[in-house]
Structure formats: C-alpha cells, structure tokens
Design a protein around this ligand. Structure first.
Ligand code: AMP
Length: 470
C-alpha cells in the first residue's frame, strides 16, 4: 500500500469542516481590519529564503526542501525557444510507431541538441513572509502606500515529525508593509496586529491563550547585545548542547531558541536584550504596550523571546496555548523593518505574523461539535421511479440553503433510515408515489420520532423548525 509521506497527512472530513470554519472566521476578522488577500507561489528561488529567512536559522540550514531545477529561465531567449521545440518534438516522437525500434537502446537520442543546462536552485516555501516581501518589491506595491496583506496555505520544513509538527503544515500569514511615510513604522500598527489576533482567537472560541511580548531592538542594539552574549557564553558553552555550541559562534541570539531542558538554567543567567534597547526602541515598545492596555488585550513580557535576524526589529511576539503540549506556540510574529532592503528592495518597514493552522485547529477540538454541520434532512426516494421526484425536492430544499443528503430508490425504507442516521440528519423525508401524487410528504424527526405530512411548499420552513406541525 502506498502511504502518505512521513510528516504529511490527509485532512479528512469531518475535520475539514473545522479548517473551513477557521478560514472563514479569519477572512471575516481580517476584512474588518482592511486586510486583503495575496497568493504567492509555493516554490521560490532558494536565494530568497537564504536571504529572507537567514542562512543561520534552523529553517534554512537544515529544513528546506531544495532541488536543482532544470527548468528554463523566465526570459524567452533563443535557448529557451530551442528547449521548447525540443520538448515538443520529444513528446511527439514518443507517439511514433517507430518507437518500439528504439527499445533496447538506453534512451532515444534527443532530436534537437540540448542547450547548456540552466539549472536553478528552487525551494518549497518554508514560510510566507519572504515571498510576500519579494512580491511587494517586484510589483512596487509601495506605490500604493500601506499594504495590509494576508495569505493562507501549505509550508514545508523537514523537521522531525511529532504531534503538532509536520513537514507539510499550514500557515495563515498577515503582513503590514509599506513606506515609512505611510505609517508602516508606527507602534500603532504593531498594536493593531496584536489586537486583531486577540479578536480572532476570541472569535474562534479559543480560551486560555497567552500573548508573550518582547522587543528585540534594532541592529545596533543587537550588536552590543550579541557581544555581551558571546562573553557570557564563553565560560559556560562547553556544558551546553551541540546546537548551542554552534550558535554561540555563529549567532549567539539563537541560543534563546534552545529547548533542551539541561541548558535552561544556563540560559536563565544570560544577559537579556531588554537591557540593551536604545531610546527609540524603548519608546516604541512602551507605545505598543500602552495601546494594548487601552484596548484591553492582556500580554506577558518575555525577554527571552527573540527573532534573531538582523532585519528583525523591535516588537516580537508569540501566542501560546497550554493545551497544545510541547508544541505550544499557535503563532509567532514580529517587526522586520530591514527585510525589504536585505532583499534588494526599497526601505519598507513591516510587521507580520504566521499562525500555525494545524495547531489552531487542534486547540479548537472542543468546539468541534458546534461547528460540524450535519445534514438538515435526508431525502429518501421510496420505490422504483422515485429518484427523479426526490432529486426535484432535494434541489428545491438545497436552493433554500438547507443541507440535504439524497438516497436512492433501490434502498428499502429500513436502509434509508439507517443511511439517514449514519449521516446524522435531523429529518428524513419520504418520497413515495402516493406522497408525490398528493404533493405532501412524510417528514420524520429522527431525534424525537415525530412524523408529520408536510405540503411541498412548506417543507423548507418546517425543516428549519419554524413551521407548525400538522
Ligand atoms: P514560525 O514561522 O516558525 O514562526 O512559525 C509560526 C507558527 O507556525 C508556529 O507558531 C507554529 O504554530 C506553526 N508551525 C511552525 N512549524 C510547524 C510545523 N513543522 N508543523 C506545524 N506547525 C508549525
């Protein structure tokens, strides 16, 4: 049996209803804050992530799905036209009757010589921000002023699979980005994003979430902090895990990502970024907190929370949920005022976040019952020739926004009842010859057992529970 690849999974009904519930709540909430959807490709050039996420991160150094792609370059030069012709001819040649004659040879010789390979390194996206910022630069979205963008979709990281951690997982991502003159640098934007997230989690009925908040300062603050960290790590790093020993040399800030329990007491003694913030960063952080207090969004300051790349600046945050266990972060985000420039674009301060949709759905499981919609009615044709009449009725009811499941005339009454119960329908509607002639149908409530005869025109109303019983 061929199975789904390790770290990937099928999302099956009825759970997919929860995913749809989340996505439609996201669209509703984000719309209220004037966010608009952007859809970027699932693969990009590897260089984008190397520069946009950072070579030193676990994501780029160990987790990306990267391959050399033989594909043509985007430009349609003579080489690419030649390559196109060659592929057309090869496809065509495969259908020729002479093909069997080629058997035994390793491969038919190409009909047109191959142009020199223009391999390109491509990567399945491990996160969405880099792609969005690339699109922002490529399409000069800064000309529009402030951009509020969101997207949803699969991301790919070669991590060790476990509960809540997959190799194909889904993120809901949003970014506010634009020229500083459009207000993209303002702490009001940070607070707006955080308040929107709190609203979303509340709307989804997620109780007990925590907002962890920090400021990682600006590159200058971090240079001083990194220096202090390096010094503090020197005498203790030998007692730490291999990853930390590497991080201490390459990017000491990342030591704070360490989850190894034995390292935690050492990490507790290290200096914190909060001691190194300059005046501007301190003020920005204070302003974000002040707005959050004013709008009544609770938070906890966590000066261990860092996003360690040079272009990450100021606000960094995570929302966690206790019920999720070890993988307790539902979402993470922060400011990246230098990212556009790091990717060769214009200055474009921004702030964004990525929600792990798999984990969001996991923390929703309690509300599952109320979200999963069962059929309102199961329409059961009774007797040969009744499928058409049943289809007519089902069509009428579906057009009145009811959820309708439809049986088959070959089913005996008992089998129709069993199918209706299995589908979880509230009512069963019997469509026999006599009912069709009278244009009134037997409607049985499968919960109470009550059965009534209802004229065709009143069916939808009755099924919705608003009609009078006869
Ligand atoms: P990050 O881009 O690493 O900040 O991740 C943002 C969010 O995506 C995290 O808070 C998780 O909820 C989710 N996430 C990250 N990696 C995975 C994964 N491998 N499987 C499932 N969810 C993930």
């Amino acid at each position: 049996m061929i199975k789904a690849v390790r770290g990937t999974r099928d999302l099956l009904p009825p759970e997919t209803a929860l995913w749809n519930f989340v996505e439609s709540a996201v669209r509703d909430v984000f719309r209220a804050y004037n966010f608009q959807e952007i859809r970027t490709p699932i693969f990009e050039s590897t260089e984008l992530f190397a520069r946009g996420v950072g070579e030193e991160t676990d994501i780029v150094s160990k987790e990306m799905y990267t391959w050399e792609d033989r594909g043509r370059s985007g430009a349609r030069g003579p080489d690419s036209l030649l390559e196109e012709r060659r592929e057309e001819l090869e496809t065509w040649a495969q259908d020729l009757p002479v093909q069997p004659l080629l058997r035994g040879q390793e491969r038919p010789r190409p009909l047109v010589p191959r142009p020199p390979s223009r391999a390109q390194s491509l990567t399945l996206r491990p996160e969405a921000t880099a792609g969005i910022v690339r699109a922002y630069i490529e399409h000069k979205l800064g000309d529009r002023g402030l951009n509020k963008l969101y997207c949803m979709g699969p991301m790919f990281r070669r991590e060790r699979p476990q509960k809540g951690r997959y190799r194909q997982f889904y993120q809901i991502d949003a970014e506010i980005i634009g020229p500083a003159s459009a207000g993209s640098e303002s702490p009001a934007r940070d607070a707006e994003v955080l308040e929107m997230l709190a609203t979303l989690l509340d709307r989804l009925g997620i109780v007990g979430w925590n907002l962890e908040l920090n400021s990682v300062g600006c590159p200058r603050d971090r240079a001083a902090f990194n220096e202090a960290l390096r010094k503090a790590l020197e005498p203790v790093v030998d007692k730490m895990c291999v990853d930390c020993r590497r991080r201490a040399v390459t990017n000491p800030l990342r030591v704070f990502d360490c989850k190894v329990p034995e390292d935690q007491p050492i990490i507790e003694t290290l200096p914190r970024i909060s001691q190194f913030l300059d005046e501007g960063c301190r003020k920005h952080f204070e302003a974000v907190k002040e707005i959050l207090r004013a709008v009544g969004v609770g938070f906890r300051e966590n000066d261990r929370l860092v996003r360690g790349l040079d272009y990450y600046t100021r606000t960094a945050f995570e929302f966690t949920h206790g019920a999720l266990g070890a993988q307790n972060a539902i979402l993470g985000g922060g400011r990246y005022d230098g990212l556009s420039e790091a990717l060769g674009g214009p200055p474009a301060p921004g702030i964004g976040f990525a929600i792990g949709e798999d984990r969001l759905v996991m923390s929703l499981e309690d509300t599952a019952e109320s979200v999963l919609k069962k059929p309102d009615v199961y329409v059961a044709p009774l007797g040969v020739g009744m499928n058409a009449e049943a289809a007519r009725l089902a069509r009428q009811l579906r057009r009145q926004n009811l959820i309708v499941d439809l049986g088959d005339e070959s089913f005996r009454l008992k089998k129709s009842f069993e199918a209706a119960s299995k589908a979880g329908a509230k009512y069963i509607l019997i469509v026999g010859e006599n009912e069709a002639k009278a244009s009134a149908f037997a409607l049985k409530n499968l919960v109470t057992g009550e059965q009534v005869s209802v004229p065709r025109a009143e069916l939808a109303e009755k099924i919705r529970g608003l009609g009078q019983s006869r």
